[in-house]
Design a protein around this ligand. Structure first.
Ligand SMILES: CC(C)(COP(=O)(O)OP(=O)(O)OC[C@H]1O[C@@H](n2cnc3c(N)ncnc32)[C@H](O)[C@@H]1OP(=O)(O)O)[C@@H](O)C(=O)NCCC(=O)NCCS
Length: 192
């Protein structure tokens, strides 16, 4: 049986496994499971954070909300994990520069910096375990996320890496429009 529900505190180890499975080559995916778990825990009960399970086995997750809330969760993660984040960044040459840059960006906030997207309600992250993809789980999660989000917004945005063809196809197939292309990312929006 397929079931979508709000995430529970006991589900986070499984979310980290899925994150490591599908985002292994992305920035956050290269940090330790412990740090990734600490990151996701910051969003618990403050955002729309859903999981999909089949026969009680978690197959995927979706996470989003207002960008102010999302930003404050990210800031709280950095504030409470400074040492661990910096140490792990230093020991990972492939993300060292980006990791340190992101760290300082949280402390030197320039209010004049233009946001890449005009849509303040955001789908931050979603992932379906590799062996469960292309079975319609992503679409089901997205539909549920939209039903819940409708209480707060009629339009929302999402971004993905430019070279993530699967994600961009998925978003276009699910009714998103392209907002803009940046050097490394694509920005989409959707009216619910
Ligand atoms: C993107 C992702 C969430 C899609 O989840 P999914 O459960 O596989 O998607 P669905 O089965 O619901 O597919 C819905 C539609 O998306 C498109 N799609 C999904 N996987 C695709 C693939 N591998 N190649 C091309 N199109 C694909 C299809 O058009 C599909 O519709 P169809 O079945 O009518 O052809 C999943 O592939 C994933 O977790 N990817 C890795 C993580 C990621 O990139 N997340 C998004 C960026 S934040």
């Amino acid at each position: 049986m397929i079931y979508i529900r709000q995430i529970n505190i006991d589900d986070f180890n499984e979310i980290v496994k899925i994150h490591k499975d599908v985002f292994a080559d992305h920035f956050l995916g290269q940090y330790s499971a412990n740090l990734i778990k600490r990151y996701y825990l910051q969003f618990f009960e403050k955002t729309t954070f859903l999981i999909i399970e089949e026969n009680e086995k978690i197959c995927g997750f979706i996470l989003g909300g207002h960008e102010k809330t999302l930003d404050s969760c990210k800031q709280a993660f950095i504030d409470s994990n400074k040492c661990m984040y910096l140490l792990e960044s230093i020991y990972r040459p492939q993300i060292y520069v980006k990791g340190i840059k992101k760290f300082f960006e949280y402390f030197i906030k320039n209010k004049n910096t233009q946001k890449p997207s005009q849509y303040s309600y955001r789908l931050l992250s979603m992932g379906i375990s590799k062996n469960q993809q292309k079975k319609g789980f992503g679409k089901k999660l997205l539909n549920c996320f939209e039903k819940i989000s409708l209480a707060n917004t009629k339009i929302y945005g999402v971004s993905c890496m430019r070279d993530n063809r699967v994600a961009s196809n998925f978003y276009i197939k699910n009714g998103f429009n392209l907002e803009k292309k940046c050097s490394k990312s694509l920005y989409f929006y959707k009216k619910i």
